[in-house]
Ligand binder design. Structure first.
Ligand code: NOJ
Length: 558
């Protein structure tokens, strides 16, 4: 049921928050995965009260904004990305009063709040979908989703050959109210996530209203889930192949990255612009090229788009240089900041990706060489935070957390794990609740256990263990983010000036500043570049030269 607030808070003004106009241009944005961040009521599941209690930690970390993954009323078939009521908080996370208090407290601390918006699909428990099913074929509500008769003599075959991203067909057959087999409906993700039909005006109207609801609550922006998926090609044409996973992300598909989506974002932009305080939208758009990603952030559309090409790049100097250049080049013509991201709740954490041989992709099942992974992860994070644009930090990466690769099958909750041949299947490993304290119940996550089991030794990686510890990953992040603030030139602009560097190294200049990265597994001696500001591993200059340890990034002021 939708809960209503008597007095919604208003947006933070730029002045009050201490940000200049266009705050998102170089913002460091921290992703909170509410289930796994902090548990305020001790039920083993993270919640909004838990997040609220930890806002001072985020303030101290120095981030500009917090993006919260979905906390809406949901049966949790896909950890909240199946929304039953877009204007209500799931009781497992709290209430609208908790959301209001969280937004207000964040604003008081000068932190901005970005919420997740899930417009491609709803839950199958959404009122519209439940009624569409109950009313049977011919129900007007079916037009708000993609219902179709099946193929074959008795409609026993799906309407087309599309596959779900989570594996299996993208269609599920319904049962008519009289018990006979009925039409099919489209779900690009789990069967519990029916896709909306964005050609229907009621869908567009509803989402404009949802945007306003959350803007009136005071949020500073939206991360738009599956932003590339809302519009489907006319007639829902067959793909003509059963090797869909190979095409995903490499091609424009009849259900992804259709040009028609942009009209929707133009209409949303006018709403965002009506509100004071620079409200933003961030696209989760998996497109074949960074150039196509740039279409989502044209001046009259969204403000940022995730740079998944960067996330998917191996720890390799040449590959990194290329993706940095193509990313900056692609965004420059549209005037949007380039974003940088290494981890999120859908991919193996970068400390574990980099612990494994390059080329295994973003879903990795093996722990690899943990020490190597952490060393590279720290270097990769310093590189990311030195680049111009906006950087995304996924909760726990500031602790250097690895993925938990040995979760028992019975603990797993990711729906793709239960659907054969899906895209991922192992996303639980990056969603394990984070450790706050060395000891104690769920290492300080909450007073009552944790919904996914935490590994033994997790406490040694905790916030408590790392706070004030010289050389800890947490202190490295704190220092790097503080340095970005102290040297505004660091995140600003849209260019890097590459400097000559030996093979396997990257070196680039930014105003008043040089960043050098050794991606090789061996130390390399280079000329001193200036004064060491920060480094991901200890470095000692020796007169005119410095030995860069293996897999190390150094920031220099010049
Ligand atoms: C992208 C989200 O990040 C992911 O967690 C979710 O499963 C899909 N979209 C479907 O909503």
């Amino acid at each position: 049921m939708t809960q209503h607030l008597a007095a919604p808070s208003t947006g933070t003004s730029d002045e009050a928050a201490g940000h200049r106009t266009g705050w998102w241009q170089d913002a460091v944005i921290y992703q909170v995965y509410p289930r796994s961040f902090a548990d305020g009521n001790g039920d083993g599941m993270g919640d909004l009260a838990g997040v609220r209690g930890r806002l001072p930690y985020l303030k101290e970390l120095g981030v500009d904004a917090v993006w919260l993954s979905p906390f809406y009323a949901s049966p949790q078939a896909d950890a909240g990305y199946d929304v039953a009521d877009y204007r209500a908080i799931d009781p497992m996370f709290g209430s609208l009063l908790d959301a209001d208090a969280l937004i207000r407290d964040a604003h008081d601390l000068g932190l901005r709040i970005i919420v997740d918006l899930v417009p491609n699909h709803s839950s199958d428990q959404h009122e519209w979908f439940k009624r569409a099913l109950a009313e049977g074929p011919g129900s007007a509500l079916r037009d708000r989703y993609h219902f179709r008769p099946g193929k074959g003599t008795d409609g026993e075959l799906p309407p087309n050959d599309w596959e779900s991203i989570f594996g299996g067909p993208a269609w599920t057959r319904t049962v008519n109210p009289d018990g006979t087999p009925g039409e099919w409906y489209l779900h690009l993700f789990a069967p519990e996530q029916p896709d909306f039909n964005w050609e229907h005006p009621a869908v567009a109207d509803e989402f404009r209203s949802i945007l306003r609801f959350w803007l009136d609550m005071g949020v500073d922006g939206f991360r738009v889930d599956v932003a590339h998926g809302l519009v489907k090609a006319e007639g829902l044409p067959d793909l003509g192949t059963h090797d869909q996973l190979k095409l995903l992300g490499n091609d424009v598909m009849p259900f992804f990255d259709q040009d028609g989506v942009h009209e929707i974002y133009r209409s949303w932009r006018t709403i965002l612009d009506e509100y004071p305080g620079d409200r933003i939208a961030v696209a989760e758009a998996w497109t074949p090229t960074v150039e196509r990603t740039a279409n989502y952030v044209r001046p009259d559309e969204m403000h940022q788009a995730f740079n998944f090409q960067y996330l998917a790049t191996a720890w390799d100097a040449a590959a990194l240089r290329e993706v940095i250049d193509t990313s900056l080049d692609a965004m420059r013509p549209v005037g949007a900041p380039t974003t940088w991201v290494l981890s999120n709740h859908d991919v193996t954490r970068h400390a574990t990706r980099f612990a494994n041989p390059a080329g295994l992709g973003t879903q990795i099942r093996t722990p690899g060489d943990r020490e190597l992974g952490l060393r590279r992860a720290r270097a990769a994070s310093l590189l990311m935070l030195a680049l111009p644009g906006s950087a995304y930090v996924y909760q726990g990466e500031e602790l250097g957390l690895p993925d938990v690769t040995d979760l028992p099958d019975e603990a797993r909750q990711d729906p793709s794990f239960f659907r054969a041949d899906g895209q991922d299947g192992f996303r639980d490993g990056c969603r394990v609740p984070i450790p706050w304290t060395r000891e104690g119940s769920s290492y300080g996550f909450g007073a009552g256990g944790s919904w996914l089991p935490q590994p033994t030794g997790w406490g040694e990686l905790s916030v408590e263990a790392q706070t004030g510890a010289a050389g800890s990953t947490l202190e490295l992040y704190r220092a790097a983010i503080a340095a970005r603030r102290a040297h505004p030139g660091l995140g600003a602009g849209a260019d890097v000036r590459w400097l000559e560097a030996p093979a396997g190294l990257l070196s680039f200049a930014r105003p008043g500043f040089v960043c050098t990265v050794n991606t090789t597994g061996a130390p390399v001696r280079i000329p001193v570049q200036g004064t060491v500001l920060l480094s991901s591993a200890p470095v000692e200059t020796d007169g005119d030269t410095v030995e860069l340890p293996a897999d190390t990034t150094v920031w220099w002021t010049v």
